[in-house]
Design a protein around this ligand. Structure first.
Ligand code: 5GP
Length: 213
C-alpha cells in the first residue's frame, strides 16, 4: 500500500489590515517559518520604494505605464488603487505555486481580497488583522517614520474605511500580542489545509486504497 500523503489544493491565504496593524511583521514571521512552506505573492506597485524595501522582495516597483500594460495584458490576478497608488498581483507566479499543491500568501487590501475570491473561489481564505486601538495604530505608523506626516494622516483616514470592511473576512485577529496573533494564523492555516473539499481528490484516492487493504 502507498502511504504517501494525499494531495491537496493549495490555500490562497489573504491577509488584510490597515497599514500599521502589524500585518507586515506577521507576514514576515509566517515566511520565516520554513515548516509552513508558504510562498508570498510579490505585488507590483507604482508607489515609491521606502528606504527599507528591496525591489523584487517587498514589491516589484514599476511605473504607471508598465502597470497599465500588465493590467491590459491580463497579467494581474487583481489590482486596486490604494492611497493614490496602483497595486496589483501578478497572476503567473500564483498559478505556479498553486499548481504544485502549495500555499500562497497575499498581503493585499479588501478590494484585492474580493477580486481574488471571485476568481479563486473556495481556495481563498481571508484574514483581517485589526490594531488593538487607533492610538496604537498611529504610534506604529509614526514609529516606522518612513512616511511623511501628510501620508500618515491619509493612511489613518483610510484605516477607518478599511476597518469597516472586517465583515467581509473569514477570520478576524485583534493584534494586541504579536506572538499570539502569529499562533492564531498558524492555527487557521493548519485547519484550512485539512478541509475536506481541499483534499477531495487526494483523499478519495487514499480511501480507495485504504478500503482495498
Ligand atoms: P503599503 O503601501 O503600506 O505597502 O500598502 C498599502 C496597502 O496596499 C496595504 O493594505 C496592502 O495590503 C495593499 N496592497 C499591497 N499590495 C497589493 C496588491 O497587489 N493588491 C491590492 N489590492 N492591495 C495591495
Amino acid at each position: 500500500m502507498d502511504h504517501s500523503p494525499p494531495q491537496r489544493r493549495g490555500v490562497v491565504l489573504i491577509l488584510s489590515s490597515p497599514s500599521g496593524a502589524g500585518k507586515t511583521t506577521l507576514t514576515r514571521m509566517l515566511l520565516q517559518d520554513r515548516d509552513l512552506d508558504l510562498t508570498l505573492s510579490i505585488s507590483v506597485t507604482t508607489r515609491p520604494r521606502r528606504s527599507s524595501e528591496v525591489d523584487g522582495i517587498h514589491y516589484r516597483f514599476i511605473n504607471e505605464r508598465q502597470f497599465v500594460a500588465m493590467r491590459n495584458a491580463s497579467e494581474l490576478l487583481e489590482w486596486a488603487e490604494v492611497h493614490g497608488n496602483f497595486y496589483g498581483t501578478p497572476r503567473a507566479p500564483v498559478e505556479a505555486v498553486l499548481a504544485q499543491g502549495r500555499d500562497c500568501l497575499f498581503d493585499i487590501d479588501y478590494q484585492g481580497a474580493q477580486q481574488v475570491r471571485e476568481k479563486m473561489g473556495t481556495d481563498t481564505v481571508t484574514v483581517f488583522v485589526l490594531p488593538p486601538s487607533m492610538k496604537e495604530l498611529r504610534a506604529r505608523l509614526e514609529r516606522r517614520a518612513e512616511d511623511s506626516a501628510e501620508v500618515i494622516e491619509r493612511r489613518l483616514e483610510n484605516a477607518r474605511k478599511e476597518i469597516a470592511r472586517w465583515k467581509d473576512y473569514d477570520y478576524v485577529i485583534v493584534n494586541d500580542d504579536l506572538q499570539r496573533s502569529f499562533e492564531d494564523l498558524i492555527a487557521i492555516l493548519r485547519a484550512e489545509r485539512q478541509r475536506r473539499p481541499r483534499r477531495e481528490h487526494g483523499i478519495a484516492a487514499f480511501v480507495d486504497r485504504l478500503l482495498s487493504e
